[in-house]
Design a protein around this ligand. Structure first.
Ligand code: DGL
Length: 271
C-alpha cells in the first residue's frame, strides 16, 4: 500500500467535514478524498439495510480512488455499517463512535454521561453499549435530536429557534445531572456553543471528530501508512458529492481552513 495515497472520508453530506477539518489540522501532510452523500441525506431516519447499502457503494467509490484507509465520518453509518464492512475490507477503516465513547468515559467524574444523535444512532443503542462495556456501572442517557441537522443545514446555527429547540431536547439530560455530553452526530459540533450554554460550563462536551483524528493518526503510524511528502495544495483534498455540488462548496469553504475550489458531482448508484 502506498503511504502517500489519500485517506478516504465519507458522510451523508456536509457534517463529516467536521471530521475532515480535524484530520486536516492534525495531519496536514495527508491527502484526502471526501465524499458527501448529499442526494440521499439524511441517513439518520433510514433503516440499517439502506445505510449499509449506501455505505458499501461509497466504499467502492473511495477504493476506486485508491485510498489507503477509510474514515466513516458519520455517526449513523458508523453505528449501522462499520461492524459489517470492516470484515469485507483489506484496508483499515474506522468510525467515529469508539473514539467519542472512550473520551466520554475518561472525562466523566460522576459516572453520568449523556449522548445526543440522530434517531437511527440513538435507537441503535451503540453509544450506550460501547460505553457500558468500557466502564460497567456508568449511567448513560441518550436523546435523539432530529431537528438539529436541518437547523444547521438551513444556516440557523446562531438563531433563537435553535436555542429554543435545544433547550427542549437537552432538558432531559440536565434532569439526569450528566457531567459529560457526547455530540454524537457530525452536525452537532457546529452548534457546540448553543449546546454548551444550555448544559452549563460544568458539563464537558465531547466532539468525537477530534478523537477520531487522533485514532486515525495512531492507526496510520502503527501500520506504517503515514504520509511523508508534502502535496500540492490544489490536489491535496478532493471533494465529491452525489448532488448539489455548489451548495457543498460554499458550506465547506465556510468551515474548512482553506477555500474549497471545486466539488465534483458523481452518480453514486454506479458503484
Ligand atoms: N451525518 C449524520 C450523523 O452523524 C447526520 C446527518 C444525517 O442524518 O444524515 O449521524
Amino acid at each position: 500500500m502506498d503511504r502517500n495515497a489519500p485517506i478516504g472520508v465519507f458522510d451523508s453530506g456536509i457534517g463529516g467535514l467536521t471530521v475532515a477539518r480535524e484530520i486536516m489540522r492534525q495531519m496536514p501532510k495527508e491527502r484526502m478524498v471526501y465524499f458527501g452523500d448529499t442526494a440521499r441525506l439524511p441517513y439518520g431516519s433510514k433503516s440499517q439495510e439502506t445505510i449499509l447499502r449506501y455505505s458499501r457503494q461509497i466504499i467502492r467509490f473511495l477504493i476506486s480512488k485508491k485510498v489507503k484507509a477509510i474514515v466513516i465520518a458519520c455517526n449513523t453509518a458508523s453505528a449501522y455499517a462499520l461492524e459489517t464492512v470492516e470484515k469485507e475490507l483489506d484496508i483499515p477503516i474506522i468510525g467515529v463512535i469508539r473514539a467519542g465513547a472512550k473520551t466520554a468515559v475518561n472525562a466523566t467524574r460522576n459516572g453520568k454521561i449523556g449522548v445526543i444523535g440522530t434517531e437511527a444512532t440513538i435507537s441503535s443503542g451503540i453509544y450506550t453499549d460501547v460505553m457500558t462495556r468500557m466502564r460497567p456501572g456508568i449511567e448513560v442517557t441518550a436523546k435523539s435530536c432530529p431537528l438539529f441537522v436541518p437547523l444547521v443545514e438551513e444556516g440557523l446555527r446562531h438563531d433563537s429557534v435553535t436555542d429554543e429547540i435545544a433547550s427542549r431536547y437537552l432538558s432531559v439530560l440536565k434532569g439526569r445531572f450528566v457531567d459529560t455530553l457526547v455530540l454524537g452526530c457530525t452536525h452537532y459540533p457546529l452548534i457546540r456553543s448553543t449546546v454548551g450554554r444550555i448544559m452549563g460550563e460544568d458539563v464537558t462536551l465531547v466532539n468525537p471528530a477530534y478523537e477520531t483524528a487522533i485514532e486515525l493518526k495512531n492507526l496510520l503510524e502503527e501500520k506504517g501508512l503515514s504520509c511523508c511528502t508534502d502535496g500540492e495544495a490544489h490536489e491535496k483534498y478532493k471533494f465529491y458529492v452525489s448532488d448539489l455540488a455548489e451548495k457543498f462548496t460554499v458550506f465547506a469553504t465556510s468551515i474548512l481552513p482553506d477555500d474549497v475550489k471545486r466539488t465534483e458531482k458523481i452518480n453514486i448508484e454506479d458503484y
